[in-house]
Design a protein around this ligand. Structure first.
Ligand SMILES: NC(=O)c1ccc[n+]([C@@H]2O[C@H](COP(=O)([O-])OP(=O)(O)OC[C@H]3O[C@@H](n4cnc5c(N)ncnc54)[C@H](OP(=O)(O)O)[C@@H]3O)[C@@H](O)[C@H]2O)c1
Length: 257
């Protein structure tokens, strides 16, 4: 049986993606550190969504995820969605410990979870959640910008190394999305994040994307885009809007919604 692993599956984009994949009949392992949001999701999709309480930042957490996948199932999709923007603040106040903690989730997690799951991933796809912050510097987002820039390079290096194994790797930018991460950004004082005003304005003007729209974009990438295109470029949600919206519409028509 085919399964998908979605890290950070209890909230935001990850939760919405788990729901869409489960609605399409896939078995989904939803990963996170807090049991409660994962349990709520699993209750909505009995037998389809399996909660996996694990920390992607630790070797023990990654072992827990690998055990949950098991050996009798093929891992079709591994989506590295778990991420954090903390700590927000200027580099002058950053400690080595805080940087290491950040990178343990946003960089080591995806790298070493992919590495651990390679044997189960033959013929499957890995997807990274990237950000505009991988390509543009924001004062106050030092760890996040550095981590996402490194994640972008990780996607490119994996792409060079994994072709022969029949594993495809993609990277996607979801835009500014209405999730707990954005709430944390808006709650940060300007002395720690000088650019906060733009995010407050986007929220006031209802300009944030919904997690469900982003999940349709990611599901389109995973299910409808062919192997070569999937990994050729980092996909920006705004640059292929017509295609993923048409895919989402077909799906709703198919389900009679
Ligand atoms: N929201 C945006 O505007 C935006 C924009 C660009 C990119 N992204 C990216 O999209 C992804 C999802 O973001 P989101 O906005 O949906 O965030 P979110 O709602 O804040 O969700 C983050 C999720 O990751 C989980 N998580 C965090 N650290 C973890 C760890 N060490 N191990 C396992 N799970 C962990 C959290 O659950 P627990 O706390 O229970 O572990 C939570 O469910 C992130 O990679 C983010 O960088 C978001």
């Amino acid at each position: 049986m085919d399964v998908a692993v979605v890290t950070g599956g209890g909230t935001g984009i990850g939760r919405a993606l788990c729901s869409i994949l489960a609605e399409r009949g896939m078995s989904v392992l939803a990963v996170g550190r807090r049991a409660e949001p994962l349990q709520v999701l699993a209750t909505e999709f009995p037998g389809r969504v399996e909660p996996v309480v694990a920390d992607v930042a630790t070797p023990a957490g990654r072992e827990t995820i690998a055990s949950a996948v098991g050996t009798g199932r093929r891992l079709r999709f591994l989506v590295h969605n778990a991420g954090t923007i903390a700590p927000i603040g200027l580099l002058q106040a950053l400690t080595p410990e805080a940087l290491r903690d950040h990178l343990a989730t946003n960089l080591e997690g995806p790298l070493f979870l992919s590495q651990r799951l390679l044997p189960q991933l033959s013929g499957g796809r890995i997807l990274h959640l990237s950000s505009g912050a991988a390509h543009h510097a924001y004062a106050g987002w030092g760890p996040y910008c550095m981590g996402k820039a490194a994640l972008h390079m990780l996607y490119q290096v994996w792409r060079e190394e994994l072709g022969d194994r029949g594993i495809r790797i993609g990277s996607a930018r979801p835009g500014v999305v209405d999730t707990p991460m954005q709430a944390l950004i808006r709650a940060t004082p300007a002395r720690e994040f000088p650019g906060v005003g733009r995010f407050l304005r986007l929220h006031q003007e209802n300009q944030l994307r919904s997690p469900t729209d982003v999940a349709h974009f990611l599901a389109w990438l995973l299910l409808a885009v062919d192997d070569g295109r999937f990994e050729a470029v980092e996909w920006d949600i705004g640059a292929c809007e017509d295609a993923w919206r048409a895919f989402a519409k077909q799906e709703r028509t198919h389900q009679g919604r």
